[in-house]
Design a protein around this ligand. Structure first.
Ligand SMILES: Cc1cc2nc3c(=O)[nH]c(=O)nc-3n(C[C@H](O)[C@H](O)[C@H](O)COP(=O)(O)OP(=O)(O)OC[C@H]3O[C@@H](n4cnc5c(N)ncnc54)[C@H](O)[C@@H]3O)c2cc1C
Length: 456
């Protein structure tokens, strides 16, 4: 590692204990100290670093802001963490062609703010947007509340510049709306969790801000009724931009964490936002409200920006609020077809009752993506073992309903042992082959996604 000074200037790498400590974790709760941290300033720095790593068989772990929930950015103790704080420029905002060009270290929320000043927005809005980076969003194919109407990161990435594990620079994708020239390497790299290439530049689609937004807050006395409302709204052809669900445990946790004043004597709350032209959204909001009424939902409208912001601030604090009451909770991120949301919620309630372990559910119910929080305590071995069994049962329930074990958080380290519940050997063999083709020496973020036997 000492020879890093032949590649990078002073101040752009560190082997100090305090730096190693600060870069050895992510939001999964896992941590490990790397051997060094590097802060490259350009793609050319990264090419040199990867050539050095390739020649010396050194592992490199790309890291954005460390908000990943599955251990994707967690190092091993013989690896280099590559962090992108110095590559955080918004290079170009092209409103005429509706796209932007960015370095990977740009914070999602900073991009949103810059675009809002021009009257535009970038739809993927993870609840972590004030912290997470665009590089991390691309690597995880991040979603967010607005994915219901607008889709996920993959739907917005037009072009990538990336450095391969042996140090070669590649450019993928096009600036145009269409192209059918060879395989779509851009889509392959999006969601590859930092295992195939280091992303150094991104061109993303953007959209003009919608004319108006209506925000409805609907309280239910039954989680299942809330789920049924979500499913009916979509099947009746209304596509809100968000339909976020919070259950009873979640509401109580947020109230404890922040002064929000969510009602606590209810079983579920839906946060529904409809955007578009003023006339169209008024009609859709009426229809959505009528559907919720039919399932005994009680409706309130947040009609000014300040109260809307307050609600979103509360929604974005759900994850830390739940961690506060249960620091070693297990957080899963399953997704089912939207018509199956009521069955998923009922199934999870039944699993919780049968095991005696509380399960908090919240998340992007409108696109079927429910964050399942198994509220356990690592110090209580019996309860923790029971909770771990619940993970497998939750995944089985999800897959039986035609769903997927991860809607947006990826596989990383924490879910790799479950990947074969969803993917068969043929799929896994092809994916392992792709990893090998990109990374012959298995030095870029090794041990992630695939169960350990892959790398033997
Ligand atoms: C409170 C909270 C709320 C969240 N809400 C959402 C949500 O609504 N939707 C959602 O999708 N996720 C959500 N997440 C998860 C997380 O924020 C996202 O996965 C996010 O995209 C991670 O970005 P990051 O910059 O923190 O990346 P990190 O956690 O640092 O890294 C994530 C992965 O990306 C790789 N990586 C990072 N940068 C690069 C790069 N330049 N090149 C190649 N690989 C790279 C890393 O190796 C790692 O595998 C939430 C997390 C928290 C803590």
């Amino acid at each position: 590692m000492k020879s890093l000074n032949n590649i990078l200037v002073d101040g752009s790498y560190s082997m100090d204990k305090e730096d190693l400590l600060c870069y050895g974790y992510d939001a999964s709760g896992l941590d490990m100290s790397p051997s060094a941290v590097v802060w490259p300033a350009s793609a050319s720095d990264i090419c040199k670093l990867m050539q050095f790593a390739y020649q010396n068989d050194i592992k490199v772990i790309p890291r954005g802001a460390g908000t990943g929930l599955t251990g994707g950015a967690v190092p091993s103790n013989d690896s280099i963490i590559m962090s992108f704080e110095r590559m955080n420029r918004i290079i170009e905002v092209d409103t005429r062609n509706l796209n932007v060009v960015l370095e990977p270290g740009v914070i999602n929320g900073d991009l949103q703010q810059t675009l809002a000043e021009h009257g535009y927005f970038y739809p993927p809005d993870p609840a972590s947007l004030n912290t997470c980076t665009i590089g991390g969003n691309v690597a995880e194919n991040a979603g967010g509340p607005r994915a219901l109407k607008y889709g996920v990161t993959r739907d917005y990435v037009m072009q990538l510049e990336a450095v391969l594990p042996d140090g070669r620079l590649i450019h993928t994708g096009v600036q145009t709306k269409k192209s059918v020239v060879g395989y779509d390497l851009t889509r392959l790299l999006v969601g590859s969790e930092g295992t195939l290439a280091v992303i150094t530049k991104v061109r993303l689609k953007i959209l003009p801000m919608p004319e108006s937004v209506i925000t409805l807050l609907v309280a239910f006395n039954s989680l299942e009724q809330a789920g049924k409302s979500v499913s009916r709204i979509i099947s009746d052809g209304i596509i809100p931009r968000t339909m976020e669900l919070m259950d009873r445990i979640t509401l109580a946790a947020v109230n404890k964490y922040k002064t929000v004043g969510f009602p606590e004597d209810i079983d579920a709350l839906l946060l529904i936002e409809i955007d578009g032209s003023a006339n169209a959204i008024a009609a859709d909001a009426d229809k959505a409200a009528n559907i919720c009424n039919g399932f005994q939902g009680k409706i309130r409208i947040a009609d000014d920006t300040a109260s809307r912001e307050l609600l979103w601030d509360a929604r974005r604090s759900v994850s830390p609020a739940l961690y506060k009451i249960s620091p070693t909770k297990i957080n899963e991120d399953v997704v089912v077809p939207v018509t199956k949301v009521p069955e998923l919620l009922a199934g999870l309630q039944a699993l919780s009752e049968a095991s005696g372990v509380p399960i908090a559910c919240f998340g992007h119910a409108g696109d079927g993506n429910i964050h399942v929080n198994i509220m356990t305590d690592k110090n209580d071995k019996k309860r923790y073992d029971e909770a771990e069994k619940l993970v497998r049962k939750t995944f089985k329930l999800t897959l039986d309903l035609g769903g997927s074990i991860s809607g947006e958080h990826g596989i990383g380290l924490t879910k790799s042992k479950y990947i074969d519940m969803e993917l068969d050997t043929v799929n896994l063999d092809i994916m392992r082959g792709i990893k090998k083709l990109f990374d012959t020496k298995n030095i870029l973020n090794p041990g992630k996604i695939f169960p350990p036997k892959v790398h033997t």
